[in-house]
Design a protein around this ligand. Structure first.
Ligand SMILES: Cc1cc2nc3c(=O)[nH]c(=O)nc-3n(C[C@H](O)[C@H](O)[C@H](O)COP(=O)(O)OP(=O)(O)OC[C@H]3O[C@@H](n4cnc5c(N)ncnc54)[C@H](O)[C@@H]3O)c2cc1C
Length: 460
């Protein structure tokens, strides 16, 4: 039986990154995944395919709706959907192969089979038994279905099915206006589908700062997406190709019809046949694995990270935790600043956020300053015709330390790195305001928001 210092179960952004860091630190490491396409949800059915579809459809949508303004006109713009899907597959495949190459370079062994814990030191991997001094559980999450709408991935879709359609729906109903719902809804709306959302809460992406939810809602509505808030899908009838969804909104009931439904109501930790009971690890009611500050489960040599544990279900959060576990095993003392973990919605305009929302800061009883800079005053945004949106910055009143950065606008996903850097390093708004930024760039809006926080904005 092979014996390892660390056996990682799951090759998503949590598991594969942990395996690489562990190998860098000299640990004999194996990574086990039931899927031969390494990379987990993020690479195969999450971040990477969704951002590939979002990019092409955004370009198409912009040329269709803004081309004339930008001086670009042509005979007829055609979208080749099969070509896009083919490109998406090749992007994913390229990275699948990339992870194998990284594993080879770092001398990490790979096993392709379902892993089940036999004891705190041994794992059944297909026909093989593996011994490990330490085990890292990084088995991720799966989409939640509605009891009356089981996924068939043809007409009733999870995000996985929505990323692999062979034709564009005509009328798509999306249940859940969270991040994944609005991203995938945007993809198909840009390609001509009529997209209607049913959302239980009273706003889009309810964990975002109010200003971002409101701004994103207004932009998406202008693009033609339709939203029913404070509404609940309660039953469904199917006849032929048609789906009739009954929706409750307070005392009212109404029916939405469509040819396709995307159920995007959240994800839950995935621990099927992992053998947790055999090692005495008991998931919480919601299925998360409880861990201590060092990601240790109730078994001191078994760790858990990523979507499997509490916290935002984000690829980069999983990776940070994976690195931390490897470093803890090597005797180091890593620290993750959770407040500095950004979150992005890759719609058009994009939304990106890091740190506290205004409501959270107020709930904590903090005395805050808020600075706002609208993108329409940013030179680069005017040049590129991307004036929609703003940067909002929050800081504590006493020291001016940045507490949150909230961006609606083009390339917000890239700009938010500055906010993350500020939060990670406890910078003040004036630290940012006094930093030279290249002109003309969208990043100047962050500098201006930092100045606005002290009533010193130059361009508004
Ligand atoms: C449509 C969509 C879009 C997303 N977009 C983004 C985004 O833009 N940015 C972002 O940060 N996050 C995004 N996410 C979330 C992100 O994908 C997850 O947070 C991330 O993949 C979690 O990583 P993980 O390593 O915890 O688990 P996963 O990536 O879920 O990996 C778990 C792996 O474990 C394997 N596995 C499970 N059980 C076993 C077992 N018993 N034996 C062997 N192998 C097993 C699985 O096959 C899988 O490969 C998106 C998710 C979806 C669905």
């Amino acid at each position: 039986m092979d014996e390892f210092d660390l056996a990682v179960i799951g090759s998503g952004p949590g598991g594969y990154v942990a395996a690489i860091r562990a190998a860098q630190l000299g640990l004999k490491t194996v990574c086990i995944d039931k899927n031969s396409a390494l990379g987990g949800t993020c690479l195969n059915i999450g971040c990477v395919p969704s951002k590939t579809l979002l990019h092409s459809t955004e370009l198409f949508w912009k040329l269709l709706h803004e081309g004339k303004e930008l001086g670009i006109e042509g005979e007829k713009l055609i979208f080749d959907f099969p070509a896009l899907m083919k490109r998406k597959e090749s992007v994913v495949k390229g990275f699948n192969e990339g992870i194998y190459a990284l594993f080879k370079k770092n001398q990490i062994q790979v096993r392709t089979a379902h892993a089940t814990l036999l004891s705190s030191n041994s794992i059944q991997v297909g026909e093989e038994k593996i011994a490990a001094k330490n085990i890292l559980l990084a088995t991720g999450s799966e989409p939640i279905a509605l009891p009356f709408l089981p996924f068939d991935e043809k007409q009733i879709l999870s995000s996985t099915g929505a990323l692999a359609l062979d034709k564009i729906p005509k009328k798509l109903i999306v249940i859940g206006a969270g991040i994944i719902g609005v991203e995938l809804g945007s993809v198909y709306q840009r390609l001509g589908a009529q997209v209607t959302f049913v959302e239980f809460m009273e706003r889009i992406c309810p964990t975002l700062d109010d200003s971002l939810s409101k701004g994103l809602y207004e932009s998406l509505m202008k693009q033609g997406l339709v939203f029913h808030f404070s509404s609940k899908a309660v039953s469904c009838e199917r006849s032929g190709g048609e789906i009739k969804l009954t929706v409750e909104k307070g005392e009212q009931k109404f029916v939405l019809s469509g040819d396709t439904v995307l159920v995007s109501i959240g994800r839950r930790p995935y621990t099927d046949q992992l053998g947790l009971e055999r090692v005495g690890i008991k998931p919480t009611e919601k299925g998360f694995i409880p861990v201590d500050g060092c990601f240790r489960t109730t078994q001191p040599n078994i760790f858990a990270i990523g979507d499997l544990i509490d916290g935002p279900m984000l690829a980069h959060k999983a990776s940070e935790e994976g690195v931390a576990v490897a470093e803890i095993l090597a005797g180091m003392k890593p620290r993750i600043e959770y407040l500095a973990i950004p979150s992005v919605v890759y719609t058009y305009p994009e939304v990106a956020s890091v740190g506290m929302t205004e409501a959270e800061a107020k709930n904590f009883g903090l005395n805050i300053l808020s600075g706002l800079f609208p993108s329409k005053f940013n030179t680069r945004a005017r040049c590129t015709h991307e004036e929609e949106g703003f940067v909002k910055m929050l800081a504590d009143k006493e020291k001016g330390r940045i507490l949150g950065v909230h961006i609606l606008g083009a390339h917000a996903s890239e700009l938010i790195a500055l906010g993350a850097l500020a939060l990670q390093n406890h910078l003040t708004a004036l630290d940012l305001a006094h930093t030279p930024f290249a002109h003309p760039t969208l990043s100047e809006s962050l500098k201006e928001a930092a100045l606005a926080l002290h009533q010193r904005a130059i361009h508004k």
